[in-house]
Design a protein around this ligand. Structure first.
Ligand code: PEP
Ligand code: MN
Length: 264
């Protein structure tokens, strides 16, 4: 058993009912794209917005995010839609900047979770805050690295912690971009029963057509929530275009999800 000292994740005035849905574009591209996407999501009833502003890309030369410039755009989302906002942090400076700009939720990306020094730096920067932090699984199927990252952040005093399952890279070609290997989050739940687990069907699937079936599977396994990439115009997205859905489409998907008695 892994002992984590956890507290229920809460956001002021929001009742986090299962499945909690965090939705928004892979990347914040322009102020207008961020605002329009957020307003459409808010109109569909979604309450928590995601957008990556620091984007660790696998190969150089791809769009690496707008950086700190995007933080005031997220502040506008909060002000103009009432949504809570979250972004990915990959180093201590990202943590300081995000907190300074009133970001409500932070997450650690899959490439960062694989690096204990980077996770420790983030954990140290988080000390003294009470911000909810979500930790994605590492890119490789290593449950210990995932648990280690959760422990480092928890030991820095972050009790509002959750895990995000985003699948695992494999060299083999499968129908998924990142293989779900459901047994790994299931084992995480067995070893840390208190940790909420959120599924990221977008990075598992790599394609919008699979978002529904992966989300339903996650709910059948008793997951607590979903992190889904949604964009006002997915085909024009600057990153991860093939896996994003429109806000309207996301509403259809979440309406279709049936909450059954969990299989595990
Ligand atoms: C993301 O959520 O946009 C992202 C970069 O995901 P991951 O860290 O899972 O690759
Ligand atoms: Mn993405």
């Amino acid at each position: 058993m892994v002992n984590l000292d956890l507290e229920k994740i809460s956001l002021p005035g929001l009742d986090l009912e299962r499945p909690w849905v965090i939705a928004g574009p892979c990347s914040a591209e322009t102020e207008e794209q961020v605002l329009e996407t957020a307003k459409k999501l808010a109109a569909e009833g979604f309450k928590i917005f995601r957008a990556g502003i620091w984007k660790p890309r696998t190969r150089p030369g791809a769009f690496e995010g707008v950086g700190t410039l995007g933080l005031p755009w997220l502040q506008r989302v909060k002000k103009e839609t009432g949504m809570f906002v979250g972004t990915e942090v990959a180093n201590a400076n990202h943590v300081f900047e995000a907190i300074k700009h009133g970001i409500d939720i932070l997450w650690v990306g899959a490439r960062t979770t694989a690096n204990p020094f980077a996770v420790q730096e983030i954990a140290d920067a988080l000390k003294g805050t009470n911000i909810p932090v979500l930790v994605k699984n590492p890119v490789n199927p290593d449950l210990e690295l995932w648990i280690g990252a959760l422990e480092r952040i928890n030991q820095a005093g972050i009790k509002k912690l959750a895990a995000i399952h985003r699948g695992f890279s494999t060299y083999d070609k499968t129908k998924y971009r990142n293989h779900p290997q459901w047994q790994i989050p299931i084992e995480l739940k067995r070893r840390c029963p208190e940790i909420p687990i959120i599924c990221d069907p977008s990075h598992i699937s790599g394609k919008s057509e699979l978002i529904y079936e992966i989300s339903q599977e996650a709910m059948d396994l008793g997951f607590d929530g979903l992190l889904v990439e949604a964009h006002r115009c997915p085909e024009k997205a600057w990153s991860d275009a093939s896996q994003q859905v429109t806000p309207e489409n996301l509403k259809e998907i979440t309406d279709k999800i049936v909450l059954r008695e969990p299989k595990i």
